[in-house]
Design a protein around this ligand. Structure first.
Ligand SMILES: C[S@@+](CC[C@H](N)C(=O)[O-])C[C@H]1O[C@@H](n2cnc3c(N)ncnc32)[C@H](O)[C@@H]1O
Length: 270
């Protein structure tokens, strides 16, 4: 850890998804318990580093495409994660300095570092809300959200590497419908989601590690991920493996689909 002061509500006795993800990305904002759990994942799926890196790269490209080609100027990013440069608002504001971003996560450690998410351009705005995606109504009702986002204008809802932490028992489709229902026509949905489709044996082991350490997960098939975009117009190239969605040639090594093991997509509300 770069800062050893515990944050309010922080449970350092068991691994947490945000801090394990920080480990995969080569960050320093995790504890030993997270590193150990992450290493157990690495042992069964060594490409988890590629998967995490490509997930981040998809977020960058999707954000730029929405800002450049679809005029999006507002984002609601749920399951933000521990700040990792460039954060979503930095990508969006590099295209449109006036971009506004509301970040939300339920991990107290993300809150602890939230000031890193608040370094907005003078023209734009960002804020951070500690919130659980399983209660979308409270998030939508929060005054911090309405201070930054104008829900009468298009908003991109960004749910990157989040929905596999919402098993079917928690009805993720209702959650996505509720969030999109609050957004006007022209709004967008960007999703990335881990999948067992290319390497089911390894991903079953990954699922066991997360479930066994107290973080329920459900990795989904292409068809299941496509279901989240029902009623939206999918941008080309549709539901794709992470690195195949509008590649920008930034990365020299092209990974295999199994190494990436992420379904991604971006849809626009008609
Ligand atoms: C794998 S990280 C993804 C971070 C970032 N979105 C990205 O794609 O780079 C998943 C994030 O979702 C958050 N998360 C998990 N369950 C959540 C929930 N029920 N409500 C809000 N955030 C949640 C975790 O705390 C973690 O920060």
């Amino acid at each position: 850890m770069s800062d050893t002061r515990p944050a309010r509500g922080l449970d350092t006795n068991r691994p947490h998804s945000a801090r394990m993800y920080d480990y995969y990305l080569g960050g320093k904002d995790h504890f030993e318990v997270d590193a150990q759990a992450a290493e157990r994942v690495v042992a069964v799926f060594p490409s988890i580093f590629t998967c995490a890196r490509e997930n981040r790269a998809f977020m960058h490209r999707a954000t730029r495409v929405l800002a450049r080609e679809h005029g999006i100027r507002q984002w609601l990013d749920i399951g933000t994660g521990i700040p990792t440069e460039p954060n979503l608002h930095q990508v969006a504001q590099s295209v449109a300095p006036s971009a506004r971003v509301v970040y939300a996560d339920n991990d107290p450690l993300v809150l602890k570092y939230a000031e890193r998410l608040m370094r907005s351009t003078a023209e734009g705005r960002t804020t951070y809300i500690e919130a659980d995606v399983n209660d979308p109504e409270s998030l939508l009702d929060s005054p911090e959200l309405s201070e930054v986002l104008d829900l009468d204008r298009p908003v991109a809802l960004s749910l990157n590497a989040l929905l596999h932490f919402v098993p079917d028992a928690q009805d993720p489709h209702r959650i996505v419908r509720t969030l999109l229902g609050a957004l006007p026509s022209g709004s967008a949905l960007a999703i990335s989601h881990c999948t067992p489709d290319f390497d089911p044996v390894s991903w079953e082991k990954v699922e066991d590690i997360y479930n066994g350490s107290g973080t329920p997960v459900q990795f989904r098939t292409r068809k299941e991920v496509a279901g989240f975009f029902e009623g939206l117009d999918l941008l080309e190239p549709g539901i794709s493996v992470g690195h195949r969605w509008r590649p920008d040639g930034a990365s020299e090594d092209v990974p295999t689909d199994a190494e990436v093991s992420l379904w991604v997509g971006v849809g626009v509300k008609p």
